[in-house]
Design a protein around this ligand. Structure first.
Ligand SMILES: C[S@@+](CC[C@H](N)C(=O)[O-])C[C@H]1O[C@@H](n2cnc3c(N)ncnc32)[C@H](O)[C@@H]1O
Length: 236
């Protein structure tokens, strides 16, 4: 059975704004800012200092809430492929997703990413089986995991520890399933001591919820039109 036949997969519906930004009518929100790749690199990858933490690491684990278009994944792999690393790195990249993006939409969005061919080839199996491995280069392997499901219930099916968290649901006011105390509790459970987090949002309810479950959070200047964003660290 192909992934498209699977009754349990309800594909995302995508529309595009006039400037080409992908939009989710189900949530009334965009998938990313106009510069999706710029946001991914600055907010999520740099916000968690992923490249510098991986310079001498042999393994590293990232957890993302909302795989979506895979822009954050692409930006992460780009950053790791270009930074000079002293050791072969095995990256675990796990994500949850309620409505996976259809492979044809993904191909349109990802076509310019340096590792698009291997990601697009692996994606149907990732959606179908929940796992896929990308051999990016001799000393960089990415073990992908995708849990299809809703917010906290999907996170409950994962085991940590994770070193860095990318919190990337749609805007909190429109996507409460991704931004609630049960989700934050699961994130805390899945985090290694000292794990970092980053998100484009600076909503006070998000800051308070993350603080309540044991993250120390702070606001940074936001990306593009956002005034602020949040980074944080799990208290040991
Ligand atoms: C802003 S987009 C993520 C963009 C993505 N991180 C990227 O790099 O392209 C938010 C994603 O969260 C997913 N999502 C929304 N509500 C969810 C829920 N309750 N549980 C799991 N995933 C959800 C959406 O389907 C969407 O793909």
């Amino acid at each position: 059975m192909s992934s498209e036949d699977r009754p349990s997969v309800e594909w995302a519906r995508l529309e595009y704004l006039e400037d080409g930004t992908p939009f989710a009518p189900r949530y009334g929100d965009v998938y990313c800012s106009r510069s999706g790749r710029g946001q991914a690199a600055e907010v999520f990858v740099e916000g968690n200092r992923v490249a510098e933490r991986c310079v001498a690491a042999r393994s590293f684990a990232i957890l993302e809430t909302g795989l979506g278009l895979g822009l954050n994944l692409s930006a992460t792999v780009d950053a790791l492929a270009t930074v000079g690393r002293s050791e072969p790195l095995r990256l675990r990249y796990a994500a949850i997703e309620l409505h996976p993006v259809h492979p044809e939409d993904l191909a349109r969005i990802q076509r310019d990413a340096p590792f698009a061919p291997s990601f697009l080839e692996a994606y149907p199996a990732l959606v179908r089986d929940g796992r896929a491995t990308l051999k990016i280069e001799e000393n960089l392997q990415v073990d992908l995991e995708l849990v299809l499901g809703d917010g906290a219930a999907a996170l409950a099916r994962l085991q940590g520890p994770f070193d860095a968290l990318y919190l990337d649901g749609f805007a909190p006011a429109r996507n409460q399933g991704m931004w609630n105390l049960q989700v934050y509790r699961e994130l805390a459970r899945l985090s290694a001591p000292g794990a970092t987090l980053a998100t484009y949002s600076a909503a006070s309810a998000v800051r308070e919820g993350l603080t309540e479950v044991g993250f120390r959070v702070r606001r940074l200047a936001g990306f593009a039109r956002k005034r602020h964003r949040i980074v944080g660290q799990r208290q040991a």
